[in-house]
Ligand binder design. Structure first.
Ligand code: ADP
Ligand code: TZP
Ligand code: MG
Length: 273
């Protein structure tokens, strides 16, 4: 890869030209936040989950998000159907295993979705917090809920195991973000106010799908692009905020204002050898 910073700048510039459409099957908590974040960055969201329209949706979309945050039996059937279609249509799929480990239903469903999506290889991406990634891999059995009890450093082994098992890119968020694929990157941006706002991880997942939706140039790592954008926008937004309320608003403005040059200059990224 050329310098990862150049790759990141190119990816953001391309996104602003192509406005990729992302289909989101997501949770009731974050539908509005993630749609706004995609729009603010320059992508185009649609929230859709019905069986009847999913094939048409995926025909026009560049990528699919499956976020299990408020799952139930009916939603699980929709998620599996959409994942199967994504495989058939060779569309990138980003899974957010929200709350994996908090209930058997979440853990089991996340694994079933991974089994379906693994046929996509690197076009399948899992983005979760440390507890979720460790529960998905089987390294821990239970978690507290949707927030992480673990540091992302502790989840690196689990992320590598998932990469080997499913061939997917695995993105673990936290104070340090880890992007684990054929290569492994760490990013040290963001701000500790981010886990105090619901939906920041879901936003990360949705932005990952926006990068996955565009034609990849030299190196396929949508998770690296979204981690950089979340981290740099998060730092900029936190500097303008008084607390979680104003942070939410400032985050949308930062996603909108972020330039490719600023992204390349501000990101703290390194490759693990
Ligand atoms: N302590 C922290 N310091 C800096 N950034 C953080 C911290 N915790 C989380 N983040 C950032 O917040 C975003 C959401 O991550 P996280 O809170 O782990 O996800 P989730 O909301 O799914 O639990 C990511 O961009 C991550 O880098
Ligand atoms: C609070 C909550 N409960 C079910 S889904 C959800 C949103 C979780 O969003 P995030 O993981 O991005 O904080
Ligand atoms: Mg989450």
């Amino acid at each position: 890869m050329k310098d990862p910073r150049q790759y990141l700048a190119d990816q953001l510039a391309l996104l602003r030209q192509t406005h990729p459409l992302v289909v989101n099957i997501t949770n009731y908590v974050v539908m509005n936040n993630t749609a706004n974040a995609l729009l603010a960055l320059g992508a185009s969201p649609i929230m859709a989950h019905s069986h009847e329209e999913m094939e048409e949706m995926l025909t026009i979309a560049g990528a699919l998000v499956i976020n299990i945050g408020t799952l139930d039996r009916q939603w699980i059937a929709r998620m599996k159907h959409a994942a199967q279609l994504a495989v058939q249509m060779n569309k990138p799929l980003v899974l957010d295993p929200v709350g994996c480990g908090a209930s058997e239903l979440r853990t089991h469903t996340s694994r079933e979705l991974c089994e379906i999506a693994k046929a996509l290889g690197p076009k399948f991406i899992v983005r979760g917090n440390a507890s979720e990634i460790m529960a998905l891999s089987g390294e821990i059995r239970s978690t507290k809920g949707v927030d992480s009890l673990e540091t992302s450093d502790n989840a690196l082994g689990a992320a590598m195991a998932l990469y080997r098992q499913y061939g997917c890119e695995v993105v673990v968020s936290g104070e340090t973000d880890y992007v684990v694929g054929r290569r492994i990157f760490t990013l040290h941006d963001g701000h500790d106010i981010m886990p105090r706002v619901t939906g920041m991880g879901c936003t990360f997942t949705a932005l990952t799908a926006a990068f996955a939706a565009q034609p990849q140039q030299e190196y396929l790592s949508p998770g690296l692009a979204s981690a950089a954008v979340m981290g740099v926008a998060g730092k900029l937004a936190a500097a303008q905020s008084q607390g979680p309320g104003s942070f939410q608003m400032q985050m949308l403005d930062a996603l909108y204002q972020l330039t490719p040059e600023q992204l390349a200059a501000s990101v703290t990224v390194s490759e693990l050898s």
